[in-house]
Design a binder for this molecule. Structure first.
Ligand SMILES: Cc1cc2nc3c(=O)[nH]c(=O)nc-3n(C[C@H](O)[C@H](O)[C@H](O)COP(=O)(O)OP(=O)(O)OC[C@H]3O[C@@H](n4cnc5c(N)ncnc54)[C@H](O)[C@@H]3O)c2cc1C
Length: 418
């Protein structure tokens, strides 16, 4: 039987694409040919991404199993507890409605905060150590050729991907891990359900005088959530939601005025604060792809779904896709099945699409409930938060759900090798 050059070509070397490549290489070895193509490989390492992410417990287990966590652990700040408040911008006191102690199991924090560039650096280094074929080029287009009708087929189905460096790579499966504006998703004709929020997140890191003691804070203000997320050392990552018009105004302010706006929201409980690094703005939207698969194509990560960062779950959802797709592909390869066959891809889609819709709708609902000026809604949500705060069983369920430990959890997220 004629073989394609590659078994799997992954377009996109962000969190999702690199992690999938590592998982497949570790489980199936070098005889299962995997390549990653990304024109920006290593750009995050050059300091382009100022974001930090909350890596939840299940994703930490996946990174441990893949031998990646060991490379980031020293820079990872455990979230030891969380506080949620709900107030107006000018309120002198911010009543606390909800607190969480941050462990899913004794001694196992619910999440760690790590800067994105540190994780991407570790993934690139690990992929390099494993000898994964990394190409600094974009996938610009592709053509699918079906298998011929014979049994067994003389020509198996394949997909030819054209790269921006003029090469063409032939593969049995093309994985779109090329982010929210996925070229592959649009060229495959997969539509999305969703909308823009008219909100943007300002992301900036600050240094502060006092120890944060591993406490994450989410302050619900009328324009949207203002999150203070602890980083290693006396530092925090701020994710600050505003309407896009206000975010643009704030982003254009001179440093002293920007710092004054920040301080009005941050307050001074951690002592003097100082902006470090660049400020960045990310427009916020929500969508879920109408299908996670097409002929010889699977979508993962932000290429498949984009959610509001209100619950810090976007990347974690993408890594759930990775864990599920890796498990499906490894099972198929061990049975000698074609990794790009429709029934293999359908198993992946059944596993992930419903869960993604549920999380997408939950984060969308949270954002609508909290990002508004209605006093009635404020009363409703504060009663709700207060109730949750008094019910330890419900709190524990929320923590385990947020940590990715509820439902049909793929093996890698349980910390089991494939
Ligand atoms: C402000 C903010 C805060 C967030 N905080 C959190 C958090 O705390 N926790 C969390 O879980 N999530 C968080 N998220 C979400 C998280 O950052 C994303 O979900 C995650 O980065 C998506 O990873 P990805 O690999 O799918 O896509 P990306 O990181 O977007 O990577 C896509 C890659 O594809 C490449 N590419 C693009 N086009 C092509 C092409 N044609 N061919 C080949 N390669 C291509 C790009 O160069 C890029 O490297 C946050 C998001 C925002 C906006």
């Amino acid at each position: 039987m004629a073989r394609s050059d590659l078994d799997v070509l992954i377009a996109g070397g962000g969190f999702a694409g690199l992690t999938l490549a590592i998982a497949l290489r570790q489980a199936l070895g070098a005889s299962f040919a995997v390549a990653v193509a990304d024109p920006g490989l290593g750009r995050a390492a050059a300091g382009d991404d100022e974001r930090a992410s909350a890596i939840v417990a299940s994703v930490r287990r996946l990174f441990e199993t893949l031998g990646v966590w060991q490379r980031v652990a020293a820079d990872a700040q455990p979230i030891l507890d969380m506080v949620v408040t709900d107030s107006r911008l000018g309120d002198a006191v911010r009543p606390t409605f909800l607190t969480f102690a941050g462990e899913v199991e004794p001694g196992e924090p619910f999440a760690h905060m790590v800067e994105n560039r540190i994780v991407v650096d570790a993934l690139i280094a690990k992929a390099g150590d494993l000898g994964i074929d990394l190409r600094s080029a974009a996938v610009t287009d592709f053509t699918v050729s079906a298998a011929d009708g014979e049994e067994p087929p003389a020509h198996p189905g394949r997909i030819d991907a054209r790269l921006s460096d003029a090469n063409t790579l032939r593969s049995r499966l093309l994985v779109a891990a090329d982010g929210a504006r996925s070229t592959i998703r649009s060229k495959a004709g997969i539509a999305t359900h969703g909308w823009s929020y008219g909100q943007s997140a300002i992301v900036v890191n600050v240094a502060h005088a006092r120890d944060h003691q591993g406490r994450a804070e989410e302050h619900f203000l009328p324009a949207g959530p203002f999150a203070i997320l602890p980083l290693k050392g006396n530092r925090a990552s701020i994710v600050w939601t505003e309407t896009t018009a206000d975010a643009e105004r704030i982003m254009a302010l001179p440093q002293a005025d920007f710092a004054a706006e920040l301080e009005q929201r941050f307050k001074l409980h951690l002592g003097e604060i100082k902006v470090i690094g660049k400020r960045r703005m990310h427009p916020l939207g929500f969508f879920v792809a109408r299908s996670f698969i097409a002929e010889r194509i699977a979508l993962i990560g932000d290429a498949a779904h984009l959610i509001h960062p209100i619950a810090g779950q976007g990347l974690n959802m993408g890594l759930k896709d990775v864990a599920a797709l890796a498990e499906v592909l490894v099972d198929a390869a061990r049975l000698g099945l074609d990794p790009g066959a429709l029934d293999v891809l359908e198993r992946y889609q059944r596993w992930r699409r419903f869960d993604t819709m549920a999380m997408g709708i939950a984060t969308d609902g949270l954002n609508r409930l909290f990002s508004n000026r209605s006093d009635v809604l404020r009363l409703v949500r504060d009663v709700g938060l207060g109730l949750v705060d008094r019910l330890p069983v419900l709190k524990r369920l929320f923590i385990r759900e947020a940590a990715g430990l509820v439902g049909e959890v793929p093996k890698l997220l349980r910390g089991e090798a494939l």
